[in-house]
Design a protein around this ligand. Structure first.
Ligand SMILES: [Zn+2]
Length: 322
């Protein structure tokens, strides 16, 4: 979770106050604008008195991601009015269906590759990013994970989706694509946010370029399965990060496993599933189809964590050279 940055919120509110004051002097005095200005003033006052971010009914902390989305929020989720509760439920439903609509087609054979992915949000929306883009001669396979949870994370995920679709259409080299995405992400998000991302660019002959922005490393499924050691800084942490590309060649029947840390960090009695266990588990599965392998992994992880509440989004992507 991220901490509330009160300086950032104060700056945001002060900016809104100025804009509202200008709007009020320029236009006819609208009661809506005056009402908003009062709310902004009251939020600034709460910042001064140290009660900002506390629910006015129960005095517990308001959910941070909701405050980030609306800095004027005065009540925790439990103490919203019936109308506000209903609006919130509708928003959740809408966000969830928007996210689902952004997912790529599944179980396709594309450009010499057979693939399958599983995308399992922990709640109604996910902070994981899962994408497959085909430019004709090349296919991009992407799995990413935005820091934080809930709505703030899901909004950043949709932002990443739009950013990668635009950048890939320009046809930049992979390392340049990631550095650009990093700079754009740096400039456009709150300082407390970052994302990890693994991007694979594959051609029909089985050649792949791998670029990793702080994400869990991919696993090559071939003979003895092994981790491909590709590293780099997460997106949005340092604006000037550069990225390194590693090249591999996949033979027919070899696969690559991409996943989010919700898989390896699944817990049982406080102990993580772990990368070693994942490696051991996929080792005898290399000959199976992507769909079979990804389902097997998910079942194994579910079995491992049993009834323990899942708190992190889980994504698995299997791509196989055919
Ligand atoms: Zn409350």
């Amino acid at each position: 979770m991220f901490e509330l940055n009160t300086d950032e919120i104060r700056a945001k509110l002060t900016d809104r106050k100025t804009r509202l004051e200008i709007a009020i002097t320029k236009t006819e005095k609208s009661s809506q604008l005056v009402g908003l200005l009062k709310e902004v003033d009251s939020a600034l006052e709460r910042l001064d008195t140290g009660t900002y971010g506390l629910c006015e009914v129960c005095h517990d902390s308001i959910e941070k991601e909701r405050l980030l989305a609306d800095p004027l929020m005065r009540f925790c989720i439990d103490h919203l009015s019936t109308v506000q509760q209903k609006n919130l439920e509708e928003d959740i439903e809408l966000s969830s269906s928007i996210q689902k609509a952004l997912l790529p087609k599944n179980n396709l054979v594309l450009n010499g590759w057979d693939f399958n992915y599983i995308y399992e949000p922990a709640g109604p929306v996910s902070g994981d990013y899962c994408d497959i883009l085909n430019t004709g001669s090349e296919t991009y396979f992407i799995v990413g994970d935005v820091s934080g949870k809930g709505f703030a994370a899901s909004m950043l995920m949709t932002h990443m989706h739009a950013m990668f679709h635009s950048l890939i259409s320009v046809g930049l080299p992979l390392e340049e694509l990631l550095s650009r995405a990093n700079r754009l992400f740096c400039e456009s998000t709150l300082t407390s946010h970052y994302a990890t991302l693994l991007c694979i660019k594959a051609d029909e002959k089985g050649r792949i370029e791998v670029c990793n922005a702080g994400h869990v490393q991919p696993i090559l499924l071939s003979g003895n399965c092994k981790i491909l050691d590709v590293r780099g800084f997460p997106l949005g942490l340092f604006c000037q990060s550069t990225y390194e590309i590693k090249n591999y060649n996949l033979e027919t029947g070899e696969s690559l496993l991409l996943y989010s840390d919700g898989i390896t960090e699944a817990l049982r009695n406080g102990k993580e599933f772990g990368v070693e266990r994942l490696l051991d588990f996929v080792n005898p599965l290399t000959d199976f189809s992507p769909k079979h392998i990804s389902n097997k992994i998910l079942n194994e992880v579910r079995e491992y964590s049993g009834s323990e509440n899942r708190t992190d989004d889980q994504t698995i992507m299997l791509i196989r050279k055919i």
